[in-house]
Design a protein around this ligand. Structure first.
Ligand code: PMP
Length: 327
């Protein structure tokens, strides 16, 4: 029987999930003070579960708004009638930068950030100093793309579909002391404690997705050689593209240079017509997925861990040629 047929209660599947957890711990250099959970519902369910589990009604949390996904995280906390303070935002310049001027409250229960803003093409390169208040980060689009110091983080989460594997599972890494704050009266499937106590096997988990995550983690550890190694590659990949961009050039990066994402390179061409032509001609040359997110337009090269250097080199050659013909 294959992984899609065997029981999730079998030793074979136990080995898969335990190996995925162990590899995550080794890659991120985290010990037993954190638990690694696999939850369905995508990163979007975490927008709800985080305040539901970790933000008591009489306390407040700080959220930094750096784009579409942070905005959605704030929206869900508001739906639950939780007290949320927006402690920083880059909305004034269309979320094109990571804000440095933060108004963090001293009694916030946590500070929520989005470490990489998939749509806007910005990324936190240095995490905020929160004076010991746990940071919670949506790392859906940059988890395991670089080494991080986990100490300031109380919880990180990532929908699998960018750097971890196929959609259908969300990885949540939570500091165990925060589990003690989870209220008893939540539905079982919305409680972090349920997943922690049952090794993410309270009900049938997305076995195939978790198995794929295990394989990706194995590749990252054994073939690539860990997070320092993938980070080096990611920096080289992104720089090849950013080197083509300048404020007054043919290709104009939309993110402020100090906030540029290593995962999502967003840029504009001199006109929308040229952008359409660029995306169409790129596709004819085997280079797909370059259209910017429908909410912002322009172009975007999403160059996650699995995107190989030679794909970037091919794209760079194409971009140079396109500029020569149309610039
Ligand atoms: N956060 C970020 C940073 C994302 O990029 C995405 C998806 N693109 C989401 C949240 C939403 O993830 P999901 O579709 O798994 O709910």
């Amino acid at each position: 029987m294959s992984i899609t047929e065997i029981s999730h209660r079998s030793k074979a599947f136990d080995d898969v999930i335990n190996d995925a957890k162990a590899r995550t711990r080794r890659l991120l250099k985290i010990d037993d003070t954190y638990d690694v959970l696999f939850i369905q519902g995508g990163a979007s369910l975490q927008f709800t579960m985080i305040p539901m589990n970790l933000l008591p009604d009489d306390k407040s949390a700080d959220y930094i708004n750096t784009g579409t996904w942070s905005t959605k995280a704030i929206k869900e906390a508001n739906i639950l009638n939780k007290k949320v303070s927006v402690a920083g935002s880059s909305e004034d310049r269309n979320f094109s930068y990571i804000p440095k001027d933060l108004k963090l409250s001293q009694d916030a229960v946590y500070v929520h950030i989005t470490s990489n803003n998939t749509i806007k093409g910005t990324q936190w390169h240095e995490f905020p100093n929160t004076n010991g208040i746990p940071i919670i980060s949506d790392m859906s689009s940059d988890i395991l793309s670089r080494p991080i110091d986990m100490k300031p983080f109380g919880l990180i989460y990532a929908g699998a579909q960018k750097n971890l594997g196929p959609a259908g599972v969300c990885m949540v890494i939570i500091r165990k002391d925060l589990l003690e704050k989870v209220p008893d009266n939540l539905p079982s499937m919305l409680k972090y404690t349920t997943f922690s106590q049952k090794n993410s096997l309270y009900n049938t988990p997305p076995c195939f997705a978790i198995y794929s995550v295990q394989l990706v983690l194995e590749w990252l550890e054994e073939t690539v050689g860990g997070l320092e190694a993938i980070h080096d590659i990611n920096v080289k990949k992104a720089n090849l593209l950013y080197d083509l961009m300048s404020d007054d050039g043919f290709y104009r990066g939309t993110a402020a240079p100090d906030s540029r994402s290593l995962m999502n390179v967003t840029f504009r061409l001199p006109s929308e017509d040229l952008e359409k032509q660029f995306v169409a001609e790129a596709l004819e040359n085997g280079l797909g997925g370059l259209k910017g997110h429908r909410s912002v337009g322009g172009c975007r090269a999403s160059i996650y861990n699995a995107c190989e250097m030679r794909a970037i080199e091919t794209l760079v050659d194409f971009m140079k040629n396109f500029q020569q013909k149309n610039g």
